[in-house]
Design a protein around this ligand. Structure first.
Ligand code: PGA
Length: 253
């Protein structure tokens, strides 16, 4: 819940212009921006104007599992698709913690995306709290969050999905998981999915989120099972967003 219409406009056009100037079209990575829902239209217009053909995508931060009807305050997949959204974040830790979204609710939303005709790609956010990590439960928590979705959609549901591993203790805290810590969990996630379907497990994009900045992005993205980042604070400043894109560009060369 950051920013304004003007900020959304400025941020996206600055990032897009920087990518064009650096010749990033040829560099084999994608950029996804997920503004607050009221700014999706602004973002769509700016992406179309400045970033068309750049691998620059639009996503939302949340969606309802319901198709339509009397669900005051909710936003549907049909509505997101009308604004040209191609992705949606699901189960961000703030949704889980502050708005009591359970594993089952997140799984229902994920299944709604899979079933929806628009092919909006769910970006499933999972991760443990500090307490859970200290208790040695990281893998159990991540497995439980994945199992809730697998129980509803099966492994086939992940054929067109992205997973973001976001340790809750690293989100917005300035504390980043070390590249080794993050890689270890990413390898666990990929291994779990690969055991069910090797082609889905090997090809699914796994993003790391939690205090990613220009200074640590390259090292994180260099890990075998880290395919990119889910950026919060550092993405609302154009210069640092561009710095993170530059780290991704270097590695995809
Ligand atoms: P951060 O946020 O990059 O500011 O830690 C990540 C997130 O909100 O997912």
């Amino acid at each position: 819940m950051h920013g304004s219409q003007k900020m959304t406009d400025d941020l996206i056009s600055n990032v897009a212009n920087a990518l064009v100037a650096s010749g990033a079209q040829a560099q084999g990575f994608d950029v996804l921006v997920c503004p607050p829902a009221p700014y999706l239209q602004t973002a769509r217009v700016v992406i179309d104007e400045f970033a068309s053909g750049l691998g620059f995508y639009l996503g939302a931060q949340n969606v309802s599992a319901q198709a339509s009807g009397a669900f005051t305050g909710e936003v549907s997949l049909d509505m997101l698709s009308e604004f040209g959204c191609q992705y949606v974040l699901l189960g961000h830790s703030e949704r889980r913690e502050l708005y009591a979204e359970s594993d089952a609710m997140v799984a229902e939303k994920f299944a709604a995306c899979v079933a929806h005709e628009s092919d909006i790609v769910p970006v499933l956010c999972i991760g443990e709290t500090l307490q859970q990590r200290q208790a040695g439960d990281t893998e159990a928590v991540v497995a439980r969050q994945l199992d809730a979705v697998l129980a509803v959609t099966g492994i086939a549901g992940f054929a067109n999905a992205v997973i973001a591993y976001e340790p809750v203790w690293a989100i917005g805290t300035g504390e980043t998981a070390s590249p080794e810590q993050a890689q270890q969990v990413h390898a666990f996630i990929r291994g779990k999915l690969t055991a069910l379907d090797s082609s889905i497990g090997e090809s699914i994009r796994l993003l790391y989120g939690g205090s990613v900045k220009p200074g640590n992005a390259a090292e994180l993205f260099a890990q075998n099972d880290i395919d990119g980042g889910l950026i919060g604070g550092a993405a609302i400043d154009a210069a640092s967003f561009i710095g993170i894109c530059a780290a991704a560009a270097k590695l995809s060369n």
